[in-house]
Design a protein around this ligand. Structure first.
Ligand code: NOJ
Ligand code: CA
Length: 557
């Protein structure tokens, strides 16, 4: 595999709104990110992905951009971004932004002009179609619920929005629009950012050719995912995007593209001539141990996860690197999703971090993950903030849930759980802000916070630091990036284990992802314990005795 600068990425995703407020308005800002660069460098990360900071009415917390050229004043200024890039660079950290080009905000001037004159130049920037028989052009359901079409005033025209109605989809079929996007992308690269996480990019191409779909819900709508996810022909847009922008800057790009890839297509997306440097691996995002399906069989859930993780590695073997992560701003906290409530502690939390940390590929952490931030369940729906939450709540009721069931579902899995303010210390508002934050801090910050864990050599934070240091260590860095991957103990329930080998060295990673102890016969002689979340690794007579939720990295002869 041709070696690239970003192959050694230990990434860290920042949700700026909830990271650190520096000007006392209760909202995190760019200066807040700069203020914590030393902390991030201490953890050992070398790439930051900033969730959107462009100008936005914040209907989807920045994923609805109204001005691609500007920073939203809520987050600061372009000078603040320049300062962040400069200061990060001094610490060997590169900055990626979020690139949101499947849609804009409905307040974007392009869309405002399109509304006024749908037949004019800007009308062609969006997907505007005539209605059929007094109804929307087709019955696609939006990814966030409800029809994917919104009627324009009292005309018979509708615009497409795969997400909220405040996020009209751009028309990538229009070369003039594409050109505008490329120029914009290059301006940010010229400013010094080193790449992008590319939002919702698998939806750029829409296939309108089919007949209306058979309704699959009480709302009379249908899941149109197959018609607008990695649709035939999307590669033309993605190739062109890469050639006109990223490639010219040797930029790092992480596509949000995992779902719906046709068999064999994965390697077009990543690898040497792939559309992107890497893509997020969504294997784990479908699991929640609190869901009815898994509640009584958490170990079976881990086995299912193992199958998906390993199958994905087989698909990319030697041809490209996946981006391994456990948390992001769209998922509730990982420990809540993988570990039964009564089993959550240091051991199980560190195991969750270890499950995919040493797989081939790069790794990404989300803010708060390394200190084990937890979901903050709400008493009332009104405590949530995201417009999408409310749309989903209503949609679930329309589709047959009671109000209580719909609320319980949201309270269990809401993506908003990941967005509570960062817990820096034990002072009021967890040190996030001097005033009441835009979204309530989890009251557990007295016991779960960065400052306390930084001081404690046995904390989860200390364990994450060790994992990172091991991945980056001179002896093993190349092994963890480029080494071969061989599943081990595949049939062993609740055990997620694999061997990595490179240049004559071999490492065995074992995660005993269950509350029971396990004894396993070792496939070789252990020469070195590189990492364990327990003080002791019990080896005797060619066997290893693993404690509940023990995770180990061993060097083998
Ligand atoms: C994926 C982003 O991660 C999510 O937060 C957003 O709502 C959608 N894309 C739409 O942009
Ligand atoms: Ca602020």
């Amino acid at each position: 595999m041709l070696q690239k600068w970003w192959h050694n990425t230990i990434g860290y995703q920042i949700y700026p709104k909830s990271f650190q407020d520096t000007n006392g308005d209760g909202i995190g800002d760019l200066k807040g990110v700069t203020a914590h660069l030393d902390d991030l460098a201490d953890l050992g990360i070398n790439v930051i992905w900033l969730c959107p900071v462009n100008k936005s009415p914040m209907k989807d917390h920045g994923y609805d951009i109204s001005d691609y050229e500007e920073i939203d004043p809520m987050f600061g200024s372009k000078d603040d971004l320049r300062e962040l890039i400069r200061e990060a660079d001094r610490r060997g950290i590169k900055i990626l932004m979020d690139l949101v080009v499947n849609h804009t905000s409905s307040e974007h001037p392009w869309f405002q002009k399109a509304l006024k004159d749908p037949d004019g130049e800007y009308g062609k920037y969006y997907m505007i179609q005539e209605g059929k028989g007094g109804k929307a052009p087709n019955n696609w359901r939006s990814i966030f619920g409800g029809s994917a079409w919104e009627r324009i005033g009292d005309t018979n025209r509708y615009y497409l929005h795969l997400f909220t109605k405040w996020q009209p989809d751009l028309n990538w079929e229009n070369p003039a629009l594409r050109q505008k996007i490329y120029e914009m992308v290059n301006r940010w690269l010229d400013l010094g950012i080193r790449g992008f996480r590319v939002d919702a990019i698998s939806h750029l191409k829409k296939d309108f050719s089919g007949a209306s779909l058979t309704a699959d819900g009480a709302d009379g709508l249908a899941d149109g995912f197959a018609c607008f996810t990695n649709a035939e022909g999307i590669g033309v847009f993605l190739d062109e995007l890469r050639e006109n922008t990223f490639q010219r800057y040797d930029a790092m790009t992480i596509g949000e593209v995992d779902e719906g890839l046709p068999p064999g297509a994965l390697t077009k997306y990543i690898g040497e001539n792939g559309y992107f440097s890497t893509i997020f691996d969504f294997c784990h995002s479908i699991f929640h141990v609190g869901a009815a399906q898994w509640r009584d069989q958490p170990t079976a859930m881990m086995d299912e996860l193992k199958k998906l993780l390993f199958a994905k590695q087989e698909m990319v073997r030697g041809r490209g690197l996946l981006c391994n992560y456990m948390e992001n701003h769209d998922l509730s906290r990982a420990v809540e999703r993988f570990i039964p409530e009564n089993e959550i502690d240091f051991y199980s939390s560190s195991l969750v971090g270890g499950i995919n940390f040493f797989l081939p590929g790069i790794v990404f952490l989300y803010q708060g993950q390394a200190i084990g931030m937890r979901d903050f369940r709400k008493k009332e729906l009104s405590e949530f903030k995201d417009p999408t939450t409310f749309v989903m709540y209503e949609e679930q009721i329309k589709n047959g849930m009671t109000a209580e069931e719909s609320f319980a579902q949201i309270n269990l899995e809401s993506r908003e759980h990941a967005r509570t303010p960062m817990q820096w210390n034990d002072t009021p508002n967890a040190g996030f802000s001097t005033v009441e934050p835009w979204f309530a801090v989890n009251p557990n910050y007295h016991s779960i916070n960065y400052e306390a864990q930084k001081k404690d050599p046995d904390s989860l934070y200390a364990f994450y630091k060790k994992m990172i240091a091991l991945r980056k260590s001179g002896d093993f860095q190349e092994l963890f990036i480029y080494g071969s991957f061989t599943p081990v103990y595949e049939e062993e329930p609740g055990v997620i284990a694999y061997r990595r080998s490179y240049d004559g060295r071999s490492v065995l990673i074992i995660n005993n992802a269950k509350p029971q102890e396990t004894a396993l016969a070792l496939p070789g002689t252990v020469t070195n314990t590189l990492l364990s979340n327990y003080d002791k690794v019990i080896l005797n007579d060619g066997m290893i005795q693993l404690k509940r939720y023990q995770t180990v990295v061993l060097e083998l002869l």
